[in-house]
Design a protein around this ligand. Structure first.
Ligand code: CP3
Length: 359
């Protein structure tokens, strides 16, 4: 791993993802655009439905930029959703107030065969227009992150039809009918590669794969349905977009994180709040940049406990490449003042000498 540097790279995010250890770590938060911000709620109300907002380039660009203006994050994440991919494949996706996403679940091989991968880029063209607008508007130090869901997590919604449970239908299909699930994954992998490459062509400088439900996969399932598909996606995106780093976020993967990092070829990995940081510093961070992992509930709570935990995270991960983030997305009830206080704390602390708990 490269030594600590005060890199003058215009984008600290990319410096860290290339393996550099920075004194002043880059910071952004998953779901940094969203309902905890009054300006988001106003734009969302003007847009109509949630998908109308995702497919309106001007308004999607606007909500992507709102948290950048307010907090000066080092990365913008394109405002969209992981379920635009099933929508582009021809499924009906709806977002119901207080219920989350609802889809007509895929229950047969025929329904999977009917999904059309050919029109994904065309269907998602408004998303790429939003990305291009954001890329033009960002300050030079701030990088645009494009994203997609991991196929396992996206398949979970496609097969179950909704969230809120443990996705039994997906897990049972993985055991009872792996050939049918593999047919769905072929289409999802193709669509995901197209979607990620298109975001880079529009101006994204880094990518993240959200595998939010990795933790429901037993270890053999995790290897086949989380690691292998992500490895294929990374290989194909790397071939099409050399030098564009990819962050994996297999939430709840536990000790399987080590294998995930080794076998997928990702450049950075998101740590959920349950990952022991001393372990991550000794193992994961020797190979890739780590991103995380403040508990989003601590950002709701705020105060000295939040700042002390931020210090613990920064100290424990100080000897390797680290991007400060949450361990999962910002919660809706988060006071924006807590976000401002935390970002300010990380920034001003970064100006001092490196403190380290490493032996
Ligand atoms: O700021 C950002 O991080 C970019 C935008 C973003 C959204 N969704 C916007 C959104 C990102 C990166 C996502 C990813 C996403 N979407 C994931 C993976 C990460 C995670 O949070 O677990 C998942 C599982 C989804 C699917 C999804 N979309 C769910 C389960 C929900 C309902 C839950 C909720 O928070 O309401 C959504 C809707 C959604 N996606 C909202 C936002 C801002 C809220 C919708 C609204 O404004 O009404």
């Amino acid at each position: 791993m490269n030594p600590v540097s005060n890199s003058k790279s215009p984008r600290p995010l990319l410096a860290v993802l290339s393996g550099q250890t920075l004194r002043s770590v880059p910071v952004w938060f998953m779901r940094q655009a969203g309902r905890y911000l009054p300006e988001y709620k106003a734009t969302r109300a003007a847009a109509g439905s949630f998908l109308d907002l995702c497919y309106n380039p001007e308004l999607a660009a606007e909500v992507t930029l709102q948290p950048i203006r307010r907090f000066g994050f080092d990365a913008a994440i394109l405002f969209s959703d992981i379920l635009v991919v099933p929508d582009a494949l021809g499924m009906t996706v709806q977002y119901k107030e207080g219920e989350g996403p609802v889809l007509d679940p895929l229950t047969s091989r025929a329904a999977i065969d009917a999904l059309a991968t050919e029109r994904v880029a065309e269907h998602l063209a408004p998303v790429y227009r939003a990305a291009a607008q954001v890329a033009r508007a960002l300050p030079p130090t701030c990088g645009l992150i494009g994203f997609a869901g991991g196929p396992w997590t996206v398949a979970a919604y496609m097969i179950e039809g909704h969230g809120g449970g443990e996705f039994h239908a997906l897990v049972r299909m993985a055991y009872r009918d792996p050939d049918t699930l593999a047919a769905l994954f072929r289409k999802l992998i193709d669509a995901t590669v197209t979607h990620l490459v298109s975001q880079v062509q529009a101006g994204a400088v880094a990518l993240q794969l959200f595998d939010t439900w990795a933790g429901i996969a037993a270890e053999p399932l995790f290897r086949r349905w989380c690691i292998a598909p992500v490895a294929e996606i990374v290989q194909r995106v790397n071939a099409a977009c050399p030098g564009v780093p990819i962050i994996g976020f297999p939430k709840g993967a536990g000790a399987s994180l080590a294998r995930y990092v080794k076998e997928t070829g990702i450049n950075g990995v998101g740590l959920d709040p349950a990952v022991p940081l001393d372990w991550a510093a000794r193992t994961i961070q020797l190979h890739v940049a780590v991103q995380g992992n403040l508990d989003p509930q601590l950002l709701v709570a705020g105060g000295p406990a939040m700042l002390a935990e931020a210090d613990r995270i920064l100290d424990t991960l100080a000897n390797g490449p680290h991007i400060f983030n949450l361990g999962h997305g910002i919660r809706q009830e988060t006071p924006p003042d807590h976000v401002a206080e935390l970002v300010n704390h990380i920034r001003t602390r970064g100006l001092g000498p490196v403190r380290s708990n490493h032996p």
